[in-house]
Design a protein around this ligand. Sequence first.
Ligand SMILES: CCCCCCCC/C=C\CCCCCCCC(=O)OC[C@H](COP(=O)(O)OP(=O)(O)OC[C@H]1O[C@@H](n2ccc(N)nc2=O)[C@H](O)[C@@H]1O)OC(=O)CCCCCCC/C=C\CCCCCCCC
Ligand code: LIP
Ligand code: MG
Ligand code: MG
Length: 209
Amino acid sequence: MITSLRGVMGRVMTPIARALLKIGVTADAVTITGTIGVVVAALTLLPSGHLFWGAAAIGLFALSDALDGTMARLSGRSGPWGAFLDSTLDRVADGAIFSGIAAYFLLQQEGTLATAGAASAAACIVFGFTVSYARARAEGLGFQAAVGIAERSERLVIALVVTGIVGIGVPVISLVVVLALIAVASIITVGQRMATVRKQAAAAAAEAA
Ligand SMILES: CCCCCCCC/C=C\CCCCCCCC(=O)OC[C@H](COP(=O)(O)OP(=O)(O)OC[C@H]1O[C@@H](n2ccc(N)nc2=O)[C@H](O)[C@@H]1O)OC(=O)CCCCCCC/C=C\CCCCCCCC
Ligand SMILES: O=P([O-])([O-])O[C@@H]1[C@@H](O)[C@H](O)[C@@H](O)[C@H](O)[C@@H]1O
Ligand SMILES: [Mg+2]
Ligand SMILES: [Mg+2]
């Protein structure tokens, strides 16, 4: 659902993209800088307990992921290298975000809450990465798999918003529950991607027969 906002994001980012291109900034520079910003914010602000400002800073830097592609398209330089760089650094950003959340639970919470929170964040990393890998592997085999209820945008927006509101007073247990739900939704998304690839592979096999 959030992913469907891609077009809106592109239009929002267009004036910023044009301005940056005008002063010589490249899409790759934005991809790399945005990732560094996410990683630094996630691994400094979240473990130290600054959940609201951490989520806000991460969100701001993460939005550059919609900016870089817009810049590439406007400059006519969209291509395979950029696609590879963008997707690969998305994983670095995702890993940092959920690692930062796990570190927050381990450093700022105690007992069962700390254990459950860190475990839920770790599950989001494992299953979120599996979601993305499934798509990448499918595309490498010539299939499409950009489907499912928990694509990257959904996982990040939900995790960041809940992290942010916990930072302004919502009970921490809500973040543990939401992280667990994101992990379950990611497992379901892996299943959805497997199903669509199996369907496409069967159709391809039938056509070849
Ligand atoms: C109560 C308050 C709490 C306070 C905290 C708030 C937290 C922030 C909440 C939400 C923030 C949202 C952040 C996450 C956004 C989602 C991440 C994401 O996936 O978005 C971007 C993507 C774009 O995906 P992609 O990278 O695949 O597409 P591109 O357009 O980049 O194209 C890729 C192709 O381009 C080429 N290319 C790319 C790069 C390159 N270097 N070279 C190239 O050639 C190549 O061909 C590539 O293949 O998807 C979306 O845009 C989906 C919609 C995301 C919706 C986000 C909604 C955010 C709403 C409000 C956020 C406000 C946050 C601001 C801070 C809050 C302050 C309190
Ligand atoms: O939604 P998801 O499949 O987990 O993750 C996606 C990757 O599979 C894709 O390669 C990338 O271009 C997208 O920006 C997003 O990161
Ligand atoms: Mg991008
Ligand atoms: Mg991306």
